[in-house]
Design a protein around this ligand. Structure first.
Ligand SMILES: Cc1ncc(COP(=O)(O)O)c(C=O)c1O
Length: 392
């Protein structure tokens, strides 16, 4: 079976320095907030063109932390797509707020600015919830339409979060999502384009005081620089907890792994783009291949196609057909979030989410990673072409 994602090929490339970096942390004993954490945060901020980066426990907590920092909670609305991983929407109920689901663009699968505008206006008209923020997702690695989404956010005075868990490293006209967003978050889940060897996440931000607040929230609301400036204390202010926070520290070992992985990330993004270009060539005219916004560069967390309606059995027949030929596939995501039991109580944009619901029944993702060989890729594209020819 061709691997869907080949993390072992990457591990072999990284070789001894990666293992040495892990062993160094093991031997140092600085398992929590060791020096690799600050070093990685510095490098990550530089890579993501952000003034500040905060590492944290996961991509989910990376979404919760800014919502907490802005005091978003009960009675507040945060707008997000429904065609995404559950964590995007889960962040809102975790702080007591309500997600409001917005439809997507049929080509990029990312937030549709017109549906967003309509959803905000509907929530304002209804008057039950207060619009506070928008979470745009860089689904499958491609940038959302940030210029248009940021315009809508500015018009309505809303904060903008870029959930770049799948898209960290993607750009639009050479700029990372933080150029438009107040905050960009990511996940270092191992299968992500920039993944570690466990759980981890990060919040990139622009404002020093805001970053400081995130530092506090990450470790139980501990007093930080801005809390203690100009004050004197009888006891070590380390144990002064001035707000309700949580424990969302990333392990030092994960930072050590990520420092090594960041060295080859740019090169891996280029390799992913070469794989994507070859897929587009090999599949042109047979299936709908992915669209990246003009001026955009995707990091290709997934390579997701749509099987034409004319092909008998559609994507539900293509998956088993490819599996028989040693080609794994995956469906991200078969059930939109607003259709899932616990999330079905939350509002959706006026007119519902027809594009989201249609795409959930059509998309299928192919093996995608920087180490996919041309031979394997040719096998995959030949099998898909044969399926479409035989079933049309
Ligand atoms: C779009 C999106 N947002 C958030 C997350 C949550 O990240 P984590 O699994 O690190 O909590 C993920 C990944 O799992 C994701 O794909």
């Amino acid at each position: 079976m061709i691997p869907f994602i080949d993390l072992q090929a990457q591990r072999k490339r990284l070789g001894q320095p990666l293992e040495d970096a892990i062993l160094k942390v093991v031997r140092s004993g600085a398992y929590i907030m060791g020096p690799e954490i600050a070093e990685f945060e510095r490098q990550l901020a530089a890579f993501g063109q952000a003034p500040h980066a905060l590492s944290c426990g996961s991509g989910t907590e990376a979404l919760v932390l800014p919502l907490m920092a802005w005091g978003i909670g009960p009675g507040d609305a945060v707008f997000c797509p429904s065609f995404t991983f559950a964590a995007t929407a889960e962040a809102m109920p975790l702080v007591g707020a309500s997600p409001v689901f917005v439809d997507i663009d049929p080509d990029t699968y990312n937030l549709d600015p017109e549906s967003l505008q309509a959803a905000i206006e509907a929530v304002k008209r209804e008057g039950k919830l207060t619009p506070r923020a928008v979470i745009a997702v860089d689904l499958f690695g491609g940038p959302a339409d940030y210029p248009a989404i940021a315009r809508v956010c500015q018009k309505h005075g809303l904060k903008l979060i870029s959930d770049s868990a799948q898209g960290f490293g993607c750009t639009l006209d050479g700029k990372h999502p933080i150029h438009w967003a107040d905050v960009a978050t990511t996940s270092f889940f191992p299968a992500k384009p920039l993944g570690c060897y466990g759980d981890g996440g990060a919040v990139l931000s622009k404002d020093e005081r805001f970053h400081d607040l995130l530092v506090s929230l990450r470790v139980h609301g501990q007093a930080v620089k801005s809390d203690i400036e100009g004050k004197t204390f009888e006891h070590d202010p380390k144990y002064l907890n001035v707000r309700i926070g949580m424990n969302s520290r990333m392990d030092t070992i994960q930072a050590a792994v990520l420092i090594e992985k960041l060295k080859i990330f740019e090169d891996e993004i280029a390799a992913r783009n070469r794989v994507a270009d070859r897929y587009a060539e090999g599949l042109a005219g047979f299936v709908k291949t992915p669209t990246v916004l003009d001026g955009g560069v995707s990091v290709w967390a997934q390579y997701t196609i749509e099987v034409p309606d004319s092909a008998k059995g559609g994507r539900d027949a293509l998956g088993p057909y490819l599996r028989e030929q040693g080609v794994p596939t995956a469906v991200y995501y078969p059930i939109p979030i607003h259709k899932q039991g616990v999330y079905s109580v939350y509002p959706v944009a006026p007119g519902g989410l027809p594009v989201t619901e249609a795409k959930a029944g059509q998309v299928i993702s192919l093996p995608m990673h920087p180490y996919l060989t041309e031979d394997d890729q040719d096998r995959i594209t030949a099998a898909i072409r044969a399926f479409v020819k035989a079933n049309s």
